[in-house]
Each structure stands twice: as C-alpha cells, then as structure tokens.
Design a protein around this ligand. Structure first.
Ligand code: CA
Length: 224
C-alpha cells in the first residue's frame, strides 16, 4: 500500500512518513499544492491513499481534492484540517474527501483511520447497489457516500434499498408501503413522509448524489 502525504509542515510530513513506514506502508511526501496535484494526476495508479493538508502553498487542499475528483481520480483522501466546525467538516466531505482529522491529532488515531479507509469495501464488488456517489451494500446493510458511511435507521435503510433498486422511477405510497412496511401499518398516517424527510437529509451530501424527490399527489422518486 502506497500513501502520498501532502503537508507543508516539513516536520509533520517527515513524522507521518516515518510512522506510516513503521506500519508497513510505503509513503512519499510533497510540500506544495501544485506539485501535489501534478504528482497525483501523473501517478494515480500508484497510490492507495492520499493524506492531504488543507492549507498549502500554491494550491489549497480543497482545490486539489475537487480537481482530482473532476479528473476521475478516486483514490481515498484523508484530509488534515486545523478547523473543526461542523461547516468545515461538511465542506471537506463535499469537496470529495473520504475522511478528515482535526489538528492536532494523535498518530494512533490517524493510523486507525488509515486502516479503516483502506479496508472499506471495494465499490466494484457486484452485490453493491450504486447510484451517483451513493453505494449500498445489502450484505452488511451499510450505506456510503463515496467512502463516508451514512448511518441510517433500519426503516430508512429499507426505504433507501427499495428506492435504489428502482432508481429514477416514481414510486407511489402503496408500493412503498407494500415493500417496506409490515401489515400492521396504518396507511393513513404520515410515517412515510417523515421517514422520507429524514432520509433525504441524511443522503444530502455533495456533488453527484441522488436526490429524493416528492412528486406531489403521486409518490416519490430517487433520481440520479
Ligand atoms: Ca499547512
């Protein structure tokens, strides 16, 4: 496994390289944004993970992340950020990163996250359902946006699975009730609407994610 570290604090970059190598990874580092982007685009097949600082000379981590995703590079990205607000974290994930760590962080936690990202399911496995950047794995009942896991209740999960099996189709309430709810369900209650609303909020991420639309008077559609 080969990891690219993009970090302009040279002491930190060297320390990261050292601990990653101690764990058996191969690691290189670059210290400016332009060089990092060039290197990633040129050696996209060689790296299994990128550790990316946000504040960099010449080009920011945000720009790099967006640019490489636009160029079709799907190497997992773990962002290092000094800012830890909810808005900052959402912005990081929206830019196409898979995970983030707020500075200062412990090396133990960083290694744990690196291992977690690298063992995430391969999106090429056939039993997965995919729509936009959303992936659903029926065998483990897990849902991912890129490789960021979205936690759903059992009902929200069932609803999403049913809709991902029928993408871009308008599904009426009766169809949804039949497939997702049990017989004891009171069809006059607004429980579907409530679950749809919650699910819509949870799957609303960045670019290229499916949107859960309400078709007034008819039903719902999960559209790519
Ligand atoms: Ca920096």
């Amino acid at each position: 496994m080969r990891i690219l570290i993009v970090e302009d604090e040279i002491k930190l970059a060297k320390a990261l390289k050292k601990i990653l190598e101690k764990e058996g990874f191969a690691a290189d580092f670059v210290t400016d944004g332009e060089e990092a982007e060039k290197r990633i685009l040129l050696f996209r097949k060689e790296y299994d993970l990128i550790i990316l600082d946000l504040m960099l000379p010449k080009k920011s981590g945000f720009e790099i992340c967006q640019n490489i995703r636009n160029e079709g590079v799907y190497i997992p990205v773990l962002v290092l950020t000094a800012r830890g607000s909810i808005e900052d974290k959402i912005e990081v994930l929206d830019s196409g990163a898979d995970d983030y760590m707020v500075k200062p962080f412990s090396f133990e936690e960083l290694l744990a996250r690196v291992r977690a990202i690298l063992r995430r399911p391969d999106e090429a496995l056939p039993e997965k359902l995919k729509l936009g950047n959303l992936t659903l794995s029926p065998s483990t009942r897990q849902v991912f946006y890129n490789s960021h896991e979205i936690h759903l209740t059992l009902k929200e999960y069932s609803l999403l699975e049913y809709m991902m099996r029928h993408p871009n189709q308008v599904l009426n309430r009766e169809q949804i009730l039949d497939h997702v709810w049990d017989f004891n369900f009171d069809s006059f209650s607004n429980v579907i609407d409530v679950h749809i609303k919650n699910l819509r909020k949870k799957i609303r991420y960045g670019k290229n994610n499916p949107s859960l639309e309400t078709i007034r008077g008819v039903g719902y559609r999960l559209r790519e």
